[in-house]
Design a binder for this molecule. Structure first.
Ligand code: PEP
Ligand code: MG
Length: 591
């Protein structure tokens, strides 16, 4: 097997070695055609042969699993084998071929749709989710029918792997709604053909805490199911079918990486203070209440961004007030009085409730998302605001509003917040009357007008992912323009600086909660520009803290000012690299 490499954009560091698990879009390739009577028997045989091939493949994988392979892997294969033996999958499609005189792919897809619909009626969450297994097993059959079956790794390759051989998810694209589901599974890495560095899928990939690469363009076509691949998340490289020497080399690098991560653990309880005594708040971004465990493990001192929209995904009905209240209260209580900034619903664009939803507007990123959506659906917003207020009685909750572009949106939000408060007061329900209200600065219009927003809000939080998207006019989800993403663009830095200054002038705190905050290469620049609060994925807290511990604020401020005066990105980049080196030299003076 020939070895080759593919290059993309690394979005989460680390090295993983494992077997490719292709998330297929074979279902999309299925077409419908009619067959003449004399070909029906052959078509039924073609169908039976495909089922037999998939069974054989799965049994082969099962018997090649070593004793210490993860139990879920063999359970997963066992379930698929069982489903293939069930008459509803192995026999019913034959009748469809016979009756409708259609091709085998179409018949099994029709049958799958019917089974999936039945699964969706099931009340039990676990059983309902088994519909995914039906889809996956049918995809395998369709792949065989379409003539591109799954490829299995050789015994030799498997034995070259580490103790437990892990699966690496390979997909053309994964919606954030799908990605959040992968949180429940043990994958070693995550790679996709499309997606930009700050797409929500990439953010989710990062939150899975496994090496991830996006924008690989043709990975899904080039890599076959079961092949051994190495994912180097830092370099953004995937090596397919590595030979023995490359495998050994990467296993070594993997060990080194893990060692570095362990070393960072030593500063977990150290306060994030610069060499000259300036304290920086290092907060965490979360997507679901269970992420609090990772927040605590990373030693974050608060939650700077709780993206509530993930509670609304993968379902047909909105969560009611009680369900939302329970989720928000759980986070507030778990943080025991530490700040918990909860963002109101940011649905729309690439974050849809149901992954199957087809977005029909021409420019979803410029469409009805976030606060615009909430203001157009006041009842949904009212329910969330009531849930947030009720939860505020149980911890230190602050409310954050996404995507503000005009003061009128802010004023409408305040009115709706007052209305929610009033309804709770009338019912005698306790909540924090003085709950702080913050706004996200993620549209250039808001950054330019930051003083006005600061004067009507309690705090500001800069969402650099969207701020960069809208300033540089690059769709976050479009890999074709991913290379244009650059947080060091002078216009981006100027907008951030304007926001910081507005906060300073009006005595309101300003933080960054976009992906920039978690990039340790930018930490010194950001704190040099005046930021005292950064919120990021928990896995970045320690590397960012290490930068802060090595920083001398006086030197950083002067140099950051010089950088802000530059207009050419090519001059900015080397100066930021130099800024990182200056402080390092102070820490480790040359002999
Ligand atoms: C941002 O835009 O930077 C941000 C933090 O919000 P999100 O990534 O959820 O859009
Ligand atoms: Mg945003």
């Amino acid at each position: 097997m020939t070895s080759f490499s593919i290059h993309g954009v690394g979005v989460s560091s680390g090295i993983a070695i494992g077997q490719a698990h292709l998330i297929s879009n074979a279902l999309l390739e299925v077409v419908h055609y009619q067959l003449p009577m004399h070909l029906i028997d052959d078509e039924i045989k073609r169908f039976s042969d495909a089922i037999a091939t998939v069974k054989y493949d799965l049994e082969k994988i099962n018997s090649s699993l070593r004793k210490n392979a993860p139990a879920e892997l063999s359970a997963f294969i066992g379930t698929h084998l069982m489903m293939l033996s069930d008459k509803s999958l192995s026999e019913a499609p034959k009748k469809i071929i016979q009756n409708e005189k259609c091709n085998a792919e179409w018949a099994i897809k029709l049958q799958m749709d019917e089974i999936v619909e039945q699964f969706e009626q099931i009340e039990d969450d676990y059983l309902r989710e088994r519909k995914q297994d039906v889809i996956q097993v049918v995809e395998r059959v369709i792949k065989v029918l379409l003539g591109h079956p799954s490829q299995l790794a050789t015994e030799q390759q498997l034995s070259a792997l580490s103790e437990e051989h892990k699966l690496i998810l390979v997909a053309h694209d994964i919606s954030p709604a799908d990605a959040i589901q992968f949180k429940q599974h043990e994958f070693a890495a995550f790679i996709t053909d499309v997606g930009g560095i700050t797409s929500h899928t990439a953010i989710l990939a990062r939150s899975l805490n496994i090496p991830s690469i996006v924008a690989l363009q043709k990975a899904r076509d080039l890599i076959r199911d079961g092949e051994i691949i190495i994912v180097d998340g830092k370099q953004g490289v995937v090596i397919v079918n590595p030979d023995k020497n490359i495998l050994t080399e990467y296993k070594l690098r993997q060990e080194q990486w893990e060692l570095e991560q362990q070393k960072l653990q030593r500063i977990k309880s150290t306060k994030a203070v610069t060499l000259d005594g300036i304290n920086i708040d290092l907060f965490a971004n979360i997507e679901v209440p269970d992420d609090v465990t990772a927040v605590k493990a990373a030693g974050a001192t608060g939650i700077g961004l709780y993206r509530t929209e993930f509670l609304f995904m993968n379902r047909r009905e909105m969560p009611d007030e009680e369900e939302q209240f329970i989720a928000y209260k759980k986070v507030a209580e778990a943080m025991k009085g530490d700040v918990v900034i909860i963002r109101t619903l940011d649905l729309g664009a690439d974050k849809q409730m149901n992954p199957d939803t087809v977005v029909t507007c021409a420019n979803p990123a410029l469409g009805l998302r976030a606060i615009r959506y909430c203001l157009s659906e006041p009842q949904i917003f009212h329910t969330q605001l009531r849930a947030l207020l009720r939860a505020s009685h149980f911890g230190n909750i602050k409310i954050l509003v996404p995507m503000l572009s005009t003061l009128s949106e802010l004023r409408q939000t305040k009115l709706l917040l007052e209305r929610a408060k009033l309804s709770l007061r009338k019912q005698g329900v306790l909540f924090n009357e003085n709950i702080a209200l913050g706004g996200m600065i993620e549209i250039p219009a808001a950054a330019i007008n930051a003083e006005a927003f600061a004067s009507e809000l309690d705090f500001l939080s800069i969402g650099t992912n969207d701020l960069i998207q809208y300033t540089l006019a690059i769709d976050r989800t479009d890999d074709a323009v991913a290379h244009l993403y650059n947080p060091l663009h002078p216009s981006v830095l100027k907008l951030i600086s304007m926001t910081i200054k507005a906060g300073e002038k009006l005595g309101k705190s300003v933080s960054v909660c976009g992906e920039m905050a978690g990039d340790a290469k930018l930490t010194k620049l950001l704190i040099g520009m005046g930021l005292r609060q950064l919120s990021m994925h928990p896995s970045h807290i320690l590397s960012v803290k290490q930068q802060i511990l090595h920083s001398q604020m006086s030197a950083l401020s002067a140099n950051s000012r010089k950088i802000l005066n530059l207009t050419d990105i090519e001059k900015i980049e080397p100066l930021v690299a130099k800024l990182n080196r200056i402080a390092d030299l102070r820490m480790h003076p040359r002999p």
